[in-house]
Design a protein around this ligand. Structure first.
Ligand code: SF4
Ligand code: SF4
Length: 385
């Protein structure tokens, strides 16, 4: 394996408050990358952070501005003049909404100071690809405009997919509520995972730098708890980086739908191997006591059927699957969950959200978008592990 295709894992107790150390760590990732040697004054670079919704950096939902700043400085050292930063949030996609997200996440100030263009337009265009399931994606315009894409994910758990990192972050390149349409088109985890695998092939970022300085454990990607890890991962191969994340979280890649799809498609190895680490990396050790989402099982639901119910197969699978539950006392009636719900199965009644479970496809977009963590993910007690 060529050194430039390996993954750099750096864990010298990195902190957002020590920008020089962070800049050195990011520089080491750039130096490893063969693709980064193409960068120069002629380049147009897209930075794609994880900006799920309006959250300040300390919530650990979004990519921290200190990481983005270190990346911008590495690009400037290589003479890059045009840098765009863009994402599309999970809910309604409009200029005002995106500006608010950029501001709260600390990126408006940063981009203004460093001369980075913040993309607040909402245009998009199709891109064809040779995916196993999807042959065309509609992607936000900067993906088409830029000739070098840097994926800047956050290290987080995810109630639907177990984890979100380099591959899942690319879902943000699909504009706004079209993401909800993708959930409706591919409601089961296997096909949704294959769609993400096809999307990664369609976008093919040149470099990934993953912010795990403070990650999120528990009911991520928005409802979990921040956890300081002091860790940065980087490299050219999104699959290797996500395998490393799975290993750090103690997740079996076959149980992460999009990694399983990548393995089936032959683009992802079966597990992270020590030889995938670049020279100079710190060694990879699973994080002790890492909390996965409470509802997430590393085993298939059928492994946990009560013996007497195995005959019921698909019905039991449906019953056993985790589901969103509104905590009425916490709900502030903002309506964001209803706005995002691909099944149109949430209504506001008496100022509180109400889910009609018959139309729910268990995508957990509502859980991701609730600003006050008022949506829990639960199983009926019979099927709890
Ligand atoms: S209620 Fe929540 S989990 Fe169910 S379809 Fe709507 S957004 Fe998805
Ligand atoms: S559940 Fe959350 S997102 Fe939905 S209306 Fe209540 S506060 Fe808003």
């Amino acid at each position: 394996m060529a050194e430039s295709t390996k993954t750099m894992l750096l864990q010298p107790g990195l902190s957002y408050d020590r920008p020089e150390e962070l800049a050195d760590a990011v520089e080491r990732i750039f130096t490893l990358s063969l693709a980064a040697r193409r960068l120069g004054p002629q380049s147009c670079v897209l930075l794609k952070p994880n900006l799920l919704a309006k959250h300040p950096p300390e919530h650990a939902v979004t990519t921290h501005p200190a990481v983005v700043e270190a990346v911008v400085r590495a690009l400037r050292r290589r003479g890059v003049e045009r840098i765009l930063l863009a994402d599309s949030c999970g809910g309604l996609y409009n200029e005002g909404g995106m500006r608010a997200i950029y501001r709260v996440s600390g990126l408006t100030e940063l981009c203004g100071r460093l001369g980075v263009e913040l993309w607040d337009k909402t245009t998009s265009a199709p891109r064809t690809c040779a995916g196993a399931l999807v042959h065309e994606f509609n992607l936000i315009t900067p993906v088409h405009l830029c000739d070098f894409i840097i994926d800047l994910p956050k290290f987080k758990t995810h109630v639907m997919t177990g984890m979100t990192a380099a591959v899942k972050n690319l879902f943000g390149c699909i504009p706004g509520l079209q993401k909800a349409e993708m959930h409706m088109r591919f409601p089961d985890r296997e096909r949704f995972g294959q769609m993400l695998c096809d999307l990664a092939g369609a976008i093919a970022p040149d470099l990934t730098i993953l912010d795990a300085i403070v990650g999120m454990e528990g009911d991520g990607p928005a409802g979990g708890s921040p956890r300081a890890l002091g860790l940065l991962l980087g490299g050219e191969d999104v699959w290797q980086i996500d395998l490393a994340v799975a290993a750090l979280m103690g997740l079996d890649p076959q149980k992460v739908p999009y990694l399983a799809a990548g393995i089936r498609s032959g683009v992802c190895a079966e597990a992270f191997e020590p030889e995938m680490l670049a020279s100079g990396s710190d060694s990879l050790k699973p994080i002790s006591d890492w909390k996965l989402p409470g509802s997430f099982s590393s085993l298939t639901f059928s492994d946990h059927y009560p013996t007497g119910l195995r005959w019921a197969g698909p019905l039991v699978t449906k019953l056993a699957a985790p589901r969103p539950v509104i905590r009425r006392t916490d709900c502030i009636g903002c309506g964001k969950c209803a706005e995002i719900c691909p099944g149109h199965t949430i209504q506001l009644k008496g100022g509180k959200a109400h889910i009609d479970p018959t139309g729910c496809i268990r995508c957990f977009c509502c859980h991701e978008m609730c600003p006050v963590k008022a949506i829990a993910v639960r199983r009926i007690p019979l099927f709890r592990l």
